[in-house]
Design a protein around this ligand. Structure first.
Ligand SMILES: CCC[C@H]1O[C@@H](n2cnc3c(N)ncnc32)[C@H](O)[C@@H]1O
Length: 483
């Protein structure tokens, strides 16, 4: 499929919209003008984009959980509990796996079975099946802004339903909700489908409705080097800006070394703004999100709270606009509402104690920021070269050549030649760089830092470090030291 990084015309968008809204009966509930009128009435304190902008202005770090269950009443009860007992500043609706694969018929079964069983038999909220009406019930019942969080390569109908339903933010993007989530979705197909989701937001913005978009920062959440995830976030932000999105939260998943994680957020914010300015997108507000550790968690709940609190502290010291909260049930599965609320309370306790404290930019931090920006720049500039100036074309070609390469991703369109490992301070470095277009300096710095660890541990630099690091946090430490 031919893609180009160019704003869709109204004709292109509305022609496709007719098809999209026919994909499931609830699509018929979307009435453009009615939705615009409804969304324009949303008060600032319940508009995701406005609340993020305010937090940015005030230098605050907000807390947002993940949460989603099959039935509307239970979902409302859950979100209300997380607001009142947890202190959530922003609310999710984590969408179920069937919806993420557009298998709405399976959702129908899941809803019926959940009604019969009296408990959720889906692993999230099936927003498409509940429709605009169902989403409006959730919106009207809660007191905080709502965002759909999922992992959907084709989110076109989901975006239509949740936005018309009062959700003023949608997470995801053409790379971040495809490559880490799906095996066989072509990059160009997904670029097209997410251009639709971004153009829909652009359409609402042109009609006076503020809607936030949030590329999914952590990707596979498995030792993802900051420059790899930052490059993806910046590409998705640029693609969204081209379609008219004005309020973007770029994100990153905690790796565990304080200096590197703070540098990741600071470099991400600096560099995405540099690229937006370079391409003339001067009216896009950028905020940042720091995801608490996305890898394997300790089963022991007290240790899990240690991981959660470390993520909260790092996100706050980085100056991130929001932190995505984990729960003490992470190693087990979908958390109870009580455990979810505990994760939020622990997080907010740390956010409150670190309010106004930012890690000062010393020599080490600036050096890490500069290294991440240099690595990221190598990747992004190569994409533009491969695309002969067109970022969408360059992204398709970039994946084909392994210039953009996400570690441990299931997508068959991902080269999977790059492998990470921690250095002796726990920062994530490039062990194998595959076809990443890095300069010799960058390659040497990464190698030197891994050699330091090898010397300390008395073993050669090898993939054994990677596998030891993958299990380390679950076993109670950051760096996977040899037995
Ligand atoms: C990329 C997101 C992975 C995280 O997303 C959490 N997650 C998934 N589904 C739900 C849900 N229905 N309720 C609360 N958390 C949920 C997982 O635990 C994991 O941390």
């Amino acid at each position: 499929m031919k893609v180009q990084n160019k704003r869709w015309t109204d004709e292109e968008f509305f022609t496709e919209r007719e098809k999209v809204l026919k994909q499931w009966p609830t699509g018929a509930e979307v009435d453009s003008q009615e939705a615009i009128d409804f969304l324009k009435k949303i008060p600032e304190e319940k508009n995701f984009a406005d609340v993020m902008a305010k937090a940015k202005r005030e230098g605050k770090t907000l807390a947002q959980p993940r949460a989603g269950v099959a039935l509307i009443d239970a979902h409302i009860e859950l979100l209300t509990f997380l607001t009142d007992q947890g202190g959530a500043d922003l609310l999710p609706s984590t969408i179920d796996s069937y919806t993420r694969q557009n298998r709405y018929d399976e959702c129908e079964v899941g809803i019926k079975e959940s009604l019969k069983a009296g408990r959720s038999l889906l692993n999230g909220f099936p927003a498409v099946n509940h429709g605009v009406k169902g989403c409006r019930m959730v919106y009207n019942a809660v007191s905080k802004p709502l965002q759909a969080r999922h992992g959907t390569p084709d989110s076109r109908l989901l975006a239509e339903i949740i936005h018309a339903g009062g959700y003023t933010s949608n997470e995801g993007g053409a790379i971040s909700y495809n490559v880490p989530y799906a095996k066989s979705v072509p990059i160009d197909r997904c670029l097209h489908d997410w251009q639709y989701c971004d153009r829909l937001v652009g359409f609402y913005e042109e009609n006076g409705v503020h809607i936030n978009r949030e590329p999914f920062g952590p990707l596979t959440g498995t030792l993802c080097p900051p420059s790899t995830s930052n490059a993806v976030a910046i590409v998705e932000a640029l693609l969204a800006a081209e379609q008219g999105v004005k309020n973007i939260t770029v994100g990153y998943g905690q790796c565990g070394n304080l200096i590197q994680d703070v540098a990741a957020i600071r470099s991400l914010e600096e560099q995405v703004n540099e690229y937006l300015k370079k391409f003339g997108y001067n009216d896009v507000l950028i905020t940042t999100v720091f995801h608490q550790w996305m890898g394997g968690f300790p089963q022991d709940e007290a240790k899990a709270f240690g991981v959660i609190s470390w993520g909260a502290a790092t996100g706050s010291l980085a100056g991130a606009t929001k932190v995505i909260v984990k729960t003490p049930h992470e190693a087990i599965g979908i958390p109870t509402k009580e455990a979810n609320a505990e994760g939020i309370r622990a997080t907010k306790m740390v956010l409150n104690m670190t309010e106004g404290q930012l890690l000062p930019e010393g020599k080490e931090l600036r050096a890490e920021i500069d290294l991440i920006k240099a690595e990221t720049r190598c990747i992004i500039e190569k994409l533009f070269e491969l695309g002969k100036g067109d970022l969408a074309v360059g992204t398709v070609e970039g994946f084909a050549q392994g210039v953009m390469d996400v570690p441990f991703a299931p997508s068959k369109y991902n080269a999977g030649k790059m492998m990470p490992a921690r250095d002796n301070n726990g920062a994530v470095r490039y062990l194998f760089t595959g076809n990443l277009p890095f300069t010799k300096d960058i390659l040497d710095i990464n190698r030197e830092k891994l050699e330091e660890r090898a010397k300390f541990e008395g073993r050669p630099v090898s993939f054994d470090m990677t596998t030891d690091d993958i299990f380390a946090v679950g076993f109670g430490r950051l760096i996977g030291r040899p037995k």
